[in-house]
Design a protein around this ligand. Structure first.
Ligand code: CA
Length: 250
């Protein structure tokens, strides 16, 4: 049918972030032996590395290279690791792993509250350090590529991550049961759900509840979301079976 288009769609595109822009890791460490050992292990894994032996130079290199990761020693000449961390966070979201000589809970809390992502106490195993770097990068990449899912149909918008439903920009208050039903239906427009299927979503434990419960919730849901609840156009009754969400704006 011309003119009818599937309005329901999943929005959101993977975002590109400067944290993934390069494969260069900035190593900030004033002990040459530690710095070159860390560099060796990271380069074996295919990373490029740049090295700063003091805090001032670290900030300069961070601006110059836009590294994908920073390994940051705390005890440094000039600016110390705390200051570097704080300054870095003014212009960059780059993951930061802190190296410290002191196994001190205060350090840990401070490091994480300054925006560091992880913390390793010296002496450390370079192998473990590399594993941590890779784990953090995986986590960051996952966060960045997971597109937020939003279901829309005409003016009706359901945002699962916020557990929020709006129509024409106005928030609609739904009970938990109403919300579950709407999300299940909106996620697959045009698909017919039997009352039993919808019940299974409402009561995953399999409690035996009369299936008219679904009709009652759907009725209330329609009062809240339908432009004209007497003639529902969003949630459509499929006679003898159950319900479906309209797959076009008819
Ligand atoms: Ca040091």
């Amino acid at each position: 049918m011309p003119g009818l288009s599937a309005e329901m769609k999943i929005h959101g595109e993977p975002r590109v972030d400067q944290r993934l822009a390069t494969e260069t890791i900035l190593i900030v460490e004033d002990e040459p032996k530690t710095a070159s050992l860390v560099a060796l292990y990271l380069e074996r894994e295919g990373f490029k590395t740049v090295h700063a032996a003091d805090g001032q130079r670290a900030l300069g290199l961070a601006r110059q290279y836009t590294p994908c990761f920073v390994i940051l020693d705390l005890m440094l000449p000039q600016l110390d690791g705390w200051e570097v961390c704080r300054e870095l966070r003014r212009f960059s979201d780059v993951p930061i792993l802190i190296l410290s000589a002191r196994e001190d809970e205060f350090d840990r809390v401070m490091g994480l509250s300054l925006g560091a992502d992880d913390y390793v106490v010296k002496p450390f195993s370079p192998r473990e350090l590399v594993a941590r770097v890779k784990a953090i990068r995986r986590r960051v990449r996952l966060q960045l590529t997971r597109a937020p899912t939003v279901y829309t149909h005409g003016e009706l918008v359901l945002e699962p991550e916020k557990r929020k439903v709006t129509r024409g920009g106005k928030a609609i208050n739904l009970t938990p049961s109403e919300y579950v039903l709407l999300q299940v239906l909106m996620a697959v427009p045009g698909r017919v759900f039997s009352r039993q299927e919808l019940l299974d979503h409402l009561y995953p434990g399999g409690d035996s509840v009369v299936d008219r419960v679904v009709d009652v919730h759907i009725g209330k849901l329609r009062q809240k979301i339908e432009p004209d609840p007497a003639y529902p156009s969003y949630i459509v009754t499929v006679r003898g079976i159950g319900y479906q969400f309209a797959d076009s704006e008819g």
